[in-house]
Structures are given as structure tokens and as C-alpha cells.
Design a protein around this ligand. Structure first.
Ligand code: ASP
Length: 348
């Protein structure tokens, strides 16, 4: 087994079987690594348990793959940072370039898992499987589902079927595309779903199957990269509401935002005054405003109730605000022009 250890990364592993694929687990924290003082308490601290303890909690792991782990971070995913994203992306690209690694599992909190998975799907350049997972119940909870989710994630990462499908998200026996999946419930183990396009596949105690392919570009065909990048441009999200104050846009521009996502009412709408503030933000500061939605599901259509060109706005298509933010960040890194932005939201 190749131990590709960076100095700051802890690596742990099991004895190797040369017939099995090699799967690396990169742990970042979350409830799957959380612990509580009681098995029946809903209160717990995320990101407490280390990667080796998590691996030890999964029976049958040795029959699936040669598994080793690295602790990349140990945070609740509400504290996930751009710095960790870049570290994770670079480490995954480095590991997957090696013949000694066949697949990667990323353990992650559920709160922002869809964001990390979508980000990775656009900047990881490999056909090898990368699977993110987490859990809604902490590792010390009665009926903790983390070990089975991790078992399934390892089975997917070790499988031939997942090759070429980009980054995948698995929880609760489902396999999702990061672009399509969202956390839809604050506490339920069946929290993740893909309301517009549906699930990509299923996994049951490690037996898996896919029902469809991803519908947008990712991985090797993505034009985005964070190689050599140390910081990402600031892109903020503003939640829209009745009688929304337009100066919110000005406040974010003044704070240094290079792009703004509006979690719009209905089909990406906002007050006329806010639309005018968006127009001014682009004309005077070059700040791009994307219209997404505060509604849980549905497309945000270009030129729906007004002409987007009149306000220099971009429609997010089916991307929710958090994922629109990631795409806009990557587009800004690549120096994309406003005229190129709309197409990106259809393509990625
Ligand atoms: N707050 C936790 C996190 O995202 C919730 C979870 O993992 O389910 O890290």
C-alpha cells in the first residue's frame, strides 16, 4: 500500500490484499464523526471522532477494498472553508494521479456536503470514483447510520460501475449527482434528495446500480481548476423577501463581493429596486448578480418576467443559491466574461 503522506496529514490503514481495489478515505468531520454524551440525545458535537475510529466501526470493510484514511480536517460542515476545499481538491487530484489509488471517499458533514461535492466535481480531474458521505445521526447515537453509509461509499468508490461518473454523494442507500442533490430536511436520515432530476442510483449493503448518467459537465471535461489557487473570490448570497431593501446589494459590493447570488422569490425574482441595484453593481463595479431561488426546487428561467440583459443578471437554471455561488466563484477565477456566464449555468 502506498502511504502518500503529506506532513500535516495523518494516515492510517489496514493490511493490504492485492486483489482488492485501494480506496482512500479523506475525513473532514461532520455528524458522522460526531459524538454525544448519550445514545438517545439529539444534542452532540460534530467532528469529534478520528478517521481510524470511523473505519473500526464498519464491519466487513476488508472484503470491499484495501482502505486507508487521512484526516484532512475535523469540523462541522457549517465551518467548512474555502481553504479546506482547496486542500481537499489538491489532495484528491494528487492521490488519483497515482496507480496505487483506485477510488476516494470523503466523509463530510451533511449541512454543506452538496457544496463541497459540487465544487469537487468541477475541479477533480480523474475518471476514478470520488464518493462523499456523511450521516444525520452522530457516531454515538442509537441507530447511527454513519457506518452503513461509509460501507456503501467504500463499495461505490471500489466499484467499476462508478468509474467515469464524476463525484457522487451517497447517504441512506441512495447515490446522487452533486449538481442535483440537496439537503431537504434538518433531522431526517432520508434528508438528501434530488427533487428536479431524481437519484442516480442505489446501494444496498454494498450492492449497487446506476439508473442514469450525470446530465452536466464535470471532471475531465470541466474547464475549471484550483491548481495553484490559494484564495477564491468572494461571492455572497442574499435571501430575497417581500419589500426587499435594495441597499443590501450595495453593502455586499462595499464589503468586497465580486459576485452576488440572489436567493430570489419565485422564479428568481426580487424587487424592482433590487434589480436596479444589481444593474448598478455590474455597471459601476463589475459585480455579477445571479438570480437563483429561495424556493426549494424548480428552474430559474432566463428572461422570465423581464429581460435579464436589461439588468446584466444571469439566471441560475436549476442550481440552488449555494451551488450557484460555487459556479460563479470558479467562473470568476477563470476570468469569464458576463457574456459567457449564462451558458456555464446550463453546461455545469
Ligand atoms: N452540522 C453537521 C455538519 O454538517 C450536520 C451533519 O453532519 O449532519 O457537520
Amino acid at each position: 500500500m502506498a502511504f502518500l503522506m503529506a506532513v500535516t496529514i495523518t494516515a492510517v490503514g489496514l493490511a493490504q490484499d492485492t486483489d482488492l481495489p485501494n480506496v482512500k478515505i479523506l475525513a473532514t468531520g461532520g455528524t458522522i464523526a460526531g459524538s454525544a454524551s448519550s445514545a438517545t440525545s439529539g444534542s452532540y458535537s460534530a467532528g469529534q471522532v478520528g478517521i481510524q475510529t470511523m473505519i473500526n466501526a464498519v464491519p466487513g470493510i476488508k472484503e470491499l477494498a484495501n482502505v486507508s484514511g487521512e484526516q484532512i480536517a475535523n469540523v462541522g460542515s457549517q465551518d467548512m472553508t474555502v481553504k479546506i476545499w482547496i486542500k481537499l481538491a489538491n489532495r484528491i487530484n494528487e492521490l488519483l494521479a497515482s496507480d496505487d489509488v483506485d477510488g476516494i471517499v470523503v466523509t463530510h458533514g451533511t449541512d454543506t456536503q452538496e457544496e463541497t461535492a459540487y465544487f469537487l466535481s468541477l475541479v477533480v480531474k480523474s475518471d476514478k470514483p470520488v464518493v462523499t458521505t456523511g450521516s444525520m445521526r452522530s457516531s454515538t447515537s442509537i441507530s447511527a447510520e454513519g457506518p452503513l453509509n461509509l460501507y456503501n461509499a467504500i463499495a461505490i468508490a471500489a466499484s467499476k460501475e462508478a468509474i467515469g461518473k464524476g463525484v457522487l454523494v451517497t447517504l441512506n442507500d441512495e447515490i446522487h449527482s452533486p449538481r442535483d442533490v440537496s439537503k431537504m430536511n434538518t433531522t431526517n436520515v432520508g434528508s438528501f434528495s434530488a427533487p428536479i432530476k431524481g437519484i442516480m442510483g442505489g446501494v444496498f449493503y454494498g450492492r449497487l446500480g446506476f439508473f442514469r448518467e450525470p446530465t452536466t459537465k464535470f471532471g475531465n471535461t470541466s474547464e475549471f481548476s484550483v491548481e495553484g489557487v490559494t484564495t477564491l473570490p468572494r461571492v455572497d448570497i442574499i435571501y430575497a423577501y417581500a419589500d426587499m431593501a435594495p441597499d443590501l446589494i450595495d453593502i455586499h459590493v462595499k464589503a468586497g463581493a465580486k459576485g452576488i447570488i440572489i436567493a430570489g422569490v419565485g422564479n428568481g425574482n426580487m424587487t424592482e429596486a433590487t434589480l436596479n441595484a444589481a444593474k448598478k453593481a455590474y455597471e459601476e463595479h463589475g459585480v455579477v448578480v445571479v438570480r437563483s431561488r429561495r424556493v426549494a426546487t424548480g428552474w430559474v428561467l432566463r428572461d422570465n418576467e423581464f429581460k435579464d440583459d436589461d439588468y446584466h443578471t444571469i439566471a441560475s437554471h436549476d442550481l440552488n443559491p449555494a451551488k450557484s455561488r460555487i459556479l460563479l466563484i470558479l467562473a470568476l477565477i477563470e476570468g469569464k466574461k458576463l457574456s459567457e456566464m449564462q451558458e456555464l449555468f446550463y453546461t455545469y
